[in-house]
Design a binder for this molecule. Structure first.
Ligand code: ZN
Length: 260
């Protein structure tokens, strides 16, 4: 059975431990898709020179944030790694030398959503890094090579935010700035229309794009998910809301999901 591919807007690390509509939607989605044999996660929070794959048998939980309460630093997500998935992924990504990183753990872009989806942490997880030297088109084309994984029981999970400007974030704001809401709506419309070309060339999406994507790392995981859409796949957005002024929680499912 073919698994869907997901992009989850992860937002604040607190979503890992605090109840919210976003966290509930992640958990609900996990109940409505086939149970994966393993997860391959592309997170905004692992940027490298060259492409890397986690290869630890027991990847540690990385608390890569500051200024949050001790309960968040106490979270451990002890999912096993999967050397076989890391090797399979490297073999699919034949156009690059995707090397194993046996010391790297799981960052909060990865465990912060998986702890809601699969709280037992029994499903093996591998992370694929973002090569910071590469343009958006590289990431989109690279991700296409991952397509066979969807038929091999692997859940490909992009984790980022399609509007992410921390410098302009206002922690007193529940909704988004006008430009954030506008850009989020524009991107959603293009996702639903299957207009991937303009989303890959996102710098051309006008002045809102420069505010929404001041640096690309939170946007690029979306391209990994969209690249896995086949002509038979439906696509659906959820958690369509901006928070803190300049963060969009909009998430995307590529492929079929059971009715709730
Ligand atoms: Zn993040």
């Amino acid at each position: 059975m073919r698994l869907p591919a997901l992009f989850l807007g992860h937002g604040s690390p607190l979503n890992a431990i605090e109840d919210s509509e976003f966290r509930r939607a992640w958990a609900d989605l996990a109940r409505r898709i086939p149970r994966p044999q393993a997860v391959l996660c592309v997170s905004a929070h692992w940027e490298t020179r060259g492409v890397r794959l986690t290869a630890a048998e027991a990847p540690p939980t990385i608390h890569d944030f500051y200024g949050f309460p001790p309960e968040l630093f106490a979270v451990r997500y002890p999912a096993p790694g999967s050397r076989s998935l890391a090797q399979r992924t490297a073999s699919l990504l034949a156009s690059v030398d995707a090397g194993p990183d046996p010391g790297r753990g799981l960052d909060h872009g990865c465990w912060g959503v998986l702890v809601a989806m699969y709280p037992q942490a029994e499903i093996p997880v591998v992370q694929l890094s973002l090569d910071t030297r590469q343009p958006a088109r590289f990431h989109y084309e690279l991700a296409k090579q991952l397509q066979p994984l969807r038929d091999e029981g692997v859940l490909v999970l992009g984790s980022g935010n399609l509007v992410h400007n921390l410098r302009l974030a206002d922690f007193g704001l529940a909704a988004g700035y006008d430009w954030a809401e506008r850009f989020d709506a524009q991107v959603r419309a293009r996702i639903e229309a299957g207009d991937h070309a303009s989303l890959v060339a996102y710098e051309g999406l006008g002045p809102d794009a420069r505010l929404a994507i001041p640096t690309p790392e939170h946007y690029l995981p979306l391209l990994y998910t969209l690249a896995l859409r086949t002509p038979e796949d439906e696509v659906r957005c959820f958690n369509e809301r901006c928070v803190l002024g300049s963060i969009s929680m909009t998430s995307v499912v590529v492929g079929a999901v059971a009715a709730s």
